[in-house]
Design a protein around this ligand. Structure first.
Ligand code: HMG
Length: 392
């Protein structure tokens, strides 16, 4: 009888923005004690998109090195997950497909369920590869997190894209069965179509996240999943990095463990390094946690990693990944550090100006200032159409 191949993440690459706002600057302007940002929510800086960057330019920038390394052969599907979509009809993935020069024999689609969308994309990709193990699926999770200026959420903004090549016999992480899933109809965080910024009930959202951790873990264990002690580390969705600590403490408590800070630090410490300086990247966040873990851990060969993906509204999934022997040869640690270090600090006044930036809905010709030094830019909106440029 044919043996089912292992399926999972074959390559992973991320991109973030041209600009960065340190929390020290935000705190100096709004009078907040910096301890609240650095220790209370666990954030040090946030990525800020330049006027000519968006989820498409970030998504293409993240995916270009993946396509450069593996070629386009075998990629028959692109799934772009986002909750900061640029169009109600056309998938942002089609622009990414075009910027990357992928073959026309590709299906492209956009997925949405708040921050959970990236995991939905990964799981759907696994299903497609299970059907045809010769194909590879390019998953792109790209988001810009935007709250009202001067609101409690402002300090948790950020932006990034993660690109993952999903296939059989993956080089990095095999995604295991079972998954534990959970859905509850709650209004903890949402963004009606007429709004550019999210609406959120902060404390309600933390409670909804914790409930979803419990619910997805319950389903995971009922379906015969691993025990907590089998995991080398846990990658949580990190709207702010202290949320991973809250969630993990909650899970350990729920499972009857004596919870001490050392255990939480041991299980999470390496997963927060990128989110801590990038901010909330919604669909990409849990995979930035994975990138940070793989890039920094000594050796995780053969070890299991727990993933908790949460999307407000709410949907969550707990699942496990097994780290593949030889994975370290395929990491992009240097490029990841460069993506973070290349960001230019943005002044507070320019940050506020960019926050309010949007195209008028008049269908005219609106050019964007050339700000990004990345490989792709959003050059203009012309006749209601977004015009992208490749700068390579
Ligand atoms: P807030 O209400 O202004 O802050 O905003 P706070 O008063 O709760 O303080 C935060 C923490 O800082 C507290 O620690 C304080 O004690 C501490 P905790 O009690 O939580 O452990 N603190 C200090 N620590 C050290 N020195 C000090 C100091 N002062 C205070 N001087 C809130 C916090 C998270 C509510 C806000 O940032 C917010 O609304 N964020 C957006 C919503 C969010 O991120 N929710 C998370 C769960 S929902 C989710 O993850 C989904 C999401 O990603 C969206 C999606 O799925 O698409 C958001």
């Amino acid at each position: 009888m044919a043996h089912d191949p292992a399926i999972g993440i074959h390559d992973l690459s991320f991109a973030t923005t041209e600009l960065v706002l340190p929390h020290t600057v935000l705190a100096a302007h709004n009078g907040t004690d910096i301890g609240k940002y650095h220790r209370g929510i666990g954030q040090r800086s946030m990525s800020v998109p330049a006027a000519d960057e968006d989820i498409v330019t970030m998504g293409a920038t993240a995916a270009a090195p993946v396509v450069a390394r593996h070629g386009t052969d075998g990629i028959r599907t692109v799934i772009l997950a986002t909750e900061s979509s640029v169009d109600q009809a056309k998938s942002a993935g089609v622009y990414v497909h075009s910027l990357l020069g992928l073959p026309s024999a590709t299906r492209v689609v956009e997925l949405k369920q708040a921050c959970y969308g990236g995991t939905a994309a990964l799981q759907f990709a696994i299903g497609l590869v299970r059907r045809d193990p010769a194909q590879r699926v390019l998953v792109v999770a790209s988001d810009i997190s935007k709250y009202e200026l001067d609101s409690p959420g402002e300090a948790t903004q950020g932006a990034a894209a993660v690109a993952m090549l999903v296939g059989a016999d993956p080089a990095l992480v095999r995604i295991e069965e079972p998954s534990g899933v959970f859905t509850a109809d709650v209004m903890d965080f949402w963004r009606p179509n007429y709004r550019d910024t999210a609406l959120v009930d902060g404390q309600e959202s933390i409670g909804a996240y914790l409930l979803a951790v419990e619910g997805s873990w319950k389903d995971y264990t009922e379906r015969g999943g691993r025990t907590l002690d089998e995991f080398a580390a846990f990658c949580y969705h990190q709207p702010f990095t202290r949320m991973a600590h809250k969630a993990h403490r909650h899970l350990l408590n729920h499972c009857g463990y004596d919870v001490d800070e050392d255990r939480i630090t041991r299980d999470l410490a390496l997963t927060t390094a990128y989110n801590n300086v990038i901010g909330n990247s919604y669909t990409a966040s849990v995979y930035l946690a994975l990138a940070a873990l793989l890039d920094q851990a000594d050796d995780l060969t053969g070890r299991a990693i727990g993933f908790l993906s949460y999307g407000s509204g709410s949907v969550a999934e707990f699942f496990a990944g097994g780290v593949v022997p030889g994975y370290r040869e395929h990491l992009r640690t240097k490029a990841h550090r460069e993506a973070i270090d290349r960001r230019r600090p943005v002044g507070h006044a320019r940050y506020r100006e960019l926050h309010g930036h949007s195209f008028p809905a008049d269908g005219g010709d609106h050019r964007t200032p050339a700000e990004t030094t990345g490989p792709y830019r959003l050059a203009a909106l012309r006749g209601h159409q977004r015009v992208y440029e490749s700068l390579q």
